[in-house]
Design a binder for this molecule. Structure first.
Ligand SMILES: *Cc1c(COP(=O)(O)O)cnc(C)c1O
Length: 427
């Protein structure tokens, strides 16, 4: 494939935008090469500025669960835009999407909309601290909760007790309040809590998606629930990726575990910049203007964003078969990829939950950040570029999940499996 115009645009962008991108994951630093500039997208396909077409497994990193340019979503946005794009006053559509979200998700009474998943997680943690009157939080190595300071804490020896900032600009003062735990390791979490009564909340991705896809071990979520109840700690499910994707009610519904606060993003905005966090009334009423915890946003609940999100949630809510279809398609892809990777003797492990799937180039089970990091990155790089060349666009990092959309046909999946077969022969 030719990437002539993408290369030129990337060079031009680099002069005025750091690294030529507005979010680092878009750069190809982990795999080498030039990021591809997309001209348009429709259904399961991306079309780049050089005239190449790709089957898309990034899907804007999650939101496009029904495929790109889904008509009801686009129509809703266009119609709303004609009435003015922002007022900074309440609008009826905010209540409509709130009512629908509260009806779809278990165990929440109230929801507040923000502009990104980062804002949702950041605000949820502030609310948890305000509500419990405690300061420390527990997060898991390899889980991503956006780029606010408290979350940019890396795993590492000794880091568990005195978190160390992994990004310059995060102060030691902030880092020390984030305690790191190992995903899927309940004893590790117990040891960190250790009866100290200083933990406000435990935040996690109920299915990890930001170190590749890693399912929670049986009972892990339940054990966290029990621990939180015993120690007056709020359990925060960061469902920015899993919300409205794994089920109407997300991971809470799929695993039958209630979180105290749930964070949303991605699918809930239908492809526009939206995040949200939700909880029982007694917790949510701690927020300004009823309660003391401050949280605000000039463009929060923006009419265009709400129109896209509402149209998306309505589609998901009214289609009884959507999650079964997504599961079946992902299972089909899983089986096909396994088959050709095995036939070509490529060492790998595939993890999958619902419509989240990832191929780890590692022979061992992948259950946490440490085991995810053992994957062979050279194999991944070759795989990524090989697939791209075959017209299959997966995320340019071994630590990302592939997202399956309803727009993918079985012919698209077959083409993807065939591409994997071709690429596997040269790995
Ligand atoms: C994407 C993501 C975020 C951050 O959302 P942004 O909209 O990029 O700020 C937070 N948590 C999880 C689990 C995510 O996947």
């Amino acid at each position: 494939m030719l990437y002539k115009r993408s290369s030129a645009l990337f060079a031009q962008a680099g002069a005025v935008i750091p690294g030529g991108v507005n979010s680092p994951v878009r750069a190809f630093n982990a795999v080498g090469g030039t990021p591809i500039f997309i001209e348009k997208a429709e259904g399961a396909y991306l079309f780049d500025v050089d005239g190449n077409t790709y089957i898309d497994y990034i899907n804007s990193w999650g939101p496009m669960i029904l495929g790109h340019a889904h008509k009801p979503v686009v129509d809703a946005v266009v119609k709303k835009a004609q009435l003015g794009t922002s007022f900074g006053t309440p609008t009826e559509i905010e209540t409509q999407i709130a009512e629908l979200a509260v009806s779809m998700v278990p165990n929440i009474d109230k929801i507040r909309f923000v502009n990104s998943g980062t804002e949702a997680c950041m605000s949820a943690v502030r609310l948890a601290r305000g509500f419990t009157g405690k300061e420390k939080i527990i997060k898991f190595a390899g889980c991503y909760h956006g780029h606010s300071d408290s979350f940019l804490i890396q795993a590492g020896s000794g880091a568990v007790t005195f978190g160390s900032p992994n990004s310059p600009g995060v102060t030691q003062g902030t880092a020390k309040d984030t305690l790191l735990a190992r995903y899927n390791d309940i004893e590790n979490v117990e040891a960190i809590i250790a009866n100290k009564n200083e933990i406000a909340c435990i935040i996690l991705e109920p299915v990890a998606g930001n170190m590749g896809c890693i399912p929670p071990k049986p009972d892990f979520l339940k054990q966290l629930r029990v621990l939180c109840d015993a120690h007056n700690i709020l359990l925060i499910f960061d469902e920015v990726m899993t919300g409205f994707r794994l089920a109407k009610g997300g991971a809470q519904e799929l695993y039958g575990i209630n979180a105290d606060i749930v964070c949303f993003g991605k699918v809930i905005g239908g492809g526009l910049p939206v995040g949200a966090f939700a909880a029982r009334s007694d917790i949510m009423n701690y927020l300004a203007p009823v309660g003391p915890v401050y949280q605000a946003g000039t463009l929060s609940g923006n009419p265009l964003a709400m129109a896209a999100g509402l149209a998306m949630l309505k589609e998901l809510n009214s289609d009884e078969e959507i999650y079964n279809r997504l599961n079946s398609k992902t299972e089909y892809l899983h089986e096909g990829l396994s088959k050709v990777l095995n036939e070509n003797k490529v060492v790998h492990t595939i993890n999958r939950v619902g419509s989240m799937i990832s191929v780890h180039f590692s022979k061992d089970e992948v259950v946490d950040f440490e085991t995810a990091a053992k994957g062979n990155n050279d194999t991944f790089k070759a795989f990524f570029h090989g697939m791209l060349n075959e017209g299959v666009y997966i995320a340019p990092s071994a630590f990302e999940t592939w997202f399956i959309t309803d727009a993918l046909s079985y012919a698209d999946l077959d083409k993807t499996i065939e591409a994997c077969n071709t690429v596997s022969k040269s790995l």
